[in-house]
Structure formats: structure tokens, C-alpha cells
Design a protein around this ligand. Structure first.
Ligand SMILES: [Mg+2]
Length: 391
């Protein structure tokens, strides 16, 4: 097969708010080859990601992503890795390139899986897609009462694990944060798994983060996620070394394998969380999963958007039985739900697994996403470089 076309669709909710909710827009990717199509999704701002695909060459290693993808041969996983290496080298100075390529890379696995009638996780070498406990990924409320209500609802919705993040936590004093941790625990009950995501709020301030360790331990929190900037490795290492029961988690900001590797090797994290829509797709995520196993770190997906992205994010660690927990977008915007016809829903056991179906196993719902499609054009020097393709 030859890659004949890569179509990028800019989708957005009618209103984009300041909430740290990445499901408000989406860049959906369709790759065509050999009479088949594969789908993927970038976890990135759509417009600059489209621009990274079509922009004029800036110099020899600042080429548009499209130049390294279109016309390439796709016969096996080794071709996906080869194309990824081409993009990595030819676009090394184009910082949006990994984000753009992430959605394309997912689509290549989807396409190859459809061609071979195998799920992507089997193409990655796994024999089984182990069932995992989905944790509801939620935002802290503006008040502990709202947090309590959201935690109770997650429990009523059948989740035995939940993560609360962002919102006011880290912006006030330690007591205010502790009240939210207590509320989340109370709403979930003692027997549920609770995680906390502070969304880089402490930047590199180890003492500010460390002041939260005791209330986190008291609330029985499994991990504190992204206390610092994704590159603040010394701060990660210093906090991890405090020896709290709560472990440090991070990795969603990794744009390549090396960034995730550094968090594992130098940052001392206990959980590495990878977003396939950012790190370059499923192949690089699988490499991180292997490294995590070798280092005794637990691999977890990072997914806050559609079930297409969820399926892609489950593939790299589908076969790891010891990685038993996975992020599940519990309250995404309507757009994210509209992207696929089918959804990955917990079974009677409350668990989910990567689909046992060709490719990513998700059917994109063209009709239901049409209302969210933003008509877009990029024009340079009188030449149209991009126009929204026909759906
Ligand atoms: Mg997070």
C-alpha cells in the first residue's frame, strides 16, 4: 500500500471555555491507502497542527509533516516506525510536528490492522488485551461540596476509581486543598481508588507540593499527578524522594520517548501517563511501556477526549496485566462522544479492554460530527495550502 491521502478535520464545540478540558475541540485524521482508511486523533490545538502538516518548508530539517508521510509505503509495523523516524528527522525544528504526527501514526495502525484483520495491540506483539479498571477522570469542583457531589456521582455511575484534577487545587492554601481531597474520598468511599492531578500548578516549587503530601496520604490517594512542569526533573526527583505513600505520576506532556524516559529514569515517578495523541502515536508509547516494565514503573494511558483516542491509548499497554488501571474520559463534551459510533463501555465486571477488532476497532460517525466541523483554509502567497476536505 501507498499512503495516498491524509485528511485533517478541525472539529470544535460552539464555545471554547477556559476549563482545562481538552475535549472541547479535536483534530481528526483520516489516512487513505490501498482502498482502506484509518482514523486517528491529535491531542493538540487543531489549527497549528494542520499548519505543521502543510506549512512551506522552512529549511532542510524544518519541513512540513506531510512531506515525510504522503506517498510512503505502508506494509507493516516497521513502515510506521520508518515513517516516524523520517518525520522526526525532517521536522526536528518544527515543534508542532510530534502532535500532528501522533494522530497520523494512530491512523496508520488502524489502517494496517484493517488490512490484516488484526487489532493494533496484536500487531504490537501482545497476545491478549487484558481487562482494566477504568478510572473516571474528572475536574475538581469550585467548592469541596461540588467535588463531593461529583465523586458520589462517579460512584453511582459504577466507577470504582476516580481522578480529580485542576480547578482550585494548588491555588489556595494547603487546608483548602485538603478539604477537596477529603470531599473526593468521602464521595467515592473508602474502597475506591482515588488519584489527584494538580496540572503542573507548582511549576518547580518542591516545598509547595510537599506540603500537600500529608493530606494526600490521609485521603488515601494513590498518586499525585503532574505536580511540576513536565521538564522539571529535579523537582520530580526531589518530591519522589520524600517517601510519601502517595506516588508521583507524570508523562502526559511528553512529546517524545526521551521525555517520558527522563521522567522515569531521573524523575523517580511511580506512574507514567502517556497520551498517544502527543507522544508521536502508539509505537513510541509502546516503547515507554516496555521501559516502564523494566524499571518497575506502572504505565497508564492519558486520555481525556474521544473513544477513538481512548482505544489508541489502550493499545500500547493492552497486554500488560500488571497495569490494571486506565484513564477513562467520564464527562467529555458532546463533540468527543459524537466522534465514534461505538464506545468502549465497562462490562458487567466494571472493566474495559482495548477492542478485539481490526485496527483500533472504532467506527467514526461522519454524520454526527458534521455539525462540529469548522470550515478552514490556510493560504500563503495566494496559494491555498489547506482547505477542509470533503467528509
Ligand atoms: Mg493530567
Amino acid at each position: 500500500m501507498k499512503i495516498e491521502a491524509v485528511d485533517l478535520f478541525y472539529l470544535a464545540m460552539p464555545e471554547i471555555t477556559d476549563e482545562a478540558d481538552g475535549s472541547q475541540d479535536a483534530l481528526l485524521v483520516r489516512v487513505s491507502a490501498g482502498g482502506l482508511v484509518g482514523w486517528g486523533e491529535c491531542e493538540a490545538a487543531p489549527l497549528p497542527s494542520i499548519a505543521a502538516f502543510v506549512c512551506p518548508k522552512s529549511h532542510g530539517v524544518c519541513r512540513p509533516v506531510g512531506a515525510s508521510v504522503l506517498g510512503q509505503v505502508l506494509e507493516g509495523p516497521e513502515d510506521i516506525a520508518r515513517i516516524a523516524a523520517l518525520v522526526g528527522y525532517n521536522s526536528m525544528d518544527l515543534l508542532q510536528a510530534p502532535h500532528t504526527f501522533s494522530g497520523i501514526e494512530m491512523a496508520l495502525w488502524d489502517l494496517l490492522g484493517k488490512k490484516r484483520q488484526e487489532p493494533a495491540w496484536r500487531l504490537l506483539g501482545y497476545k491478549t488485551a487484558h481487562r482494566k479498571t477504568p478510572y473516571a477522570s474528572l475536574l475538581f469542583g469550585d467548592t469541596p461540596q461540588i467535588t463531593l457531589h461529583r465523586a458520589r456521582k462517579a460512584r453511582q455511575d459504577g466507577f470504582s476509581a476516580a481522578k480529580f484534577g485542576w480547578g482550585p487545587v494548588g491555588r489556595g492554601d494547603v487546608k483548602a486543598d485538603a478539604d477537596h481531597f477529603v470531599a473526593a474520598r468521602e464521595g467515592l468511599g473508602r474502597d475506591a481508588e482515588l488519584m489527584v492531578d494538580v496540572g503542573q500548578i507548582f511549576v518547580e516549587d518542591v516545598e509547595a507540593a510537599a506540603a500537600r503530601l500529608k493530606p494526600l496520604d490521609e485521603a488515601g490517594v494513590l498518586w499525585i499527578e503532574e505536580p511540576f512542569h513536565g521538564g522539571a526533573l529535579e523537582a520530580y526527583a526531589a518530591l519522589s524522594a520524600r517517601g510519601a505513600r502517595v506516588r508521583v505520576a507524570g508523562g502526559e506532556s511528553a512529546h517524545n520517548v526521551h521525555m517520558a524516559q527522563h521522567l522515569i529514569v531521573y524523575g523517580g515517578i511511580g506512574f507514567v501517563q502517556i497520551d498517544c495523541g502527543r507522544i508521536g502515536g502508539i509505537g513510541p508509547a509502546r516503547k515507554v511501556a516496555d521501559l516502564a516494565v523494566a524499571r518497575g514503573v506502572t504505565y497508564v494511558n492519558h486520555t481525556f477526549t474521544s473513544h477513538l483516542a481512548l482505544s489508541a491509548s489502550l493499545q500500547p499497554f493492552a497486554g500488560l496485566s500488571e497495569s490494571r488501571i486506565c484513564e477513562y474520559p467520564a464527562d467529555p463534551k458532546a463533540l468527543a462522544a459524537a466522534i465514534t459510533e461505538n464506545h468502549i463501555v465497562p462490562g458487567a465486571d466494571g472493566l474495559i479492554a482495548a477492542p478485539d477488532a481490526p485496527g483500533l476497532g472504532m467506527d467514526v460517525d461522519l454524520e454526527s460530527l458534521k455539525p462540529y466541523l469548522l470550515d478552514t483554509e490556510i493560504r500563503v502567497g495566494g496559494q491555498v495550502l489547506y482547505r477542509t476536505p470533503a467528509i
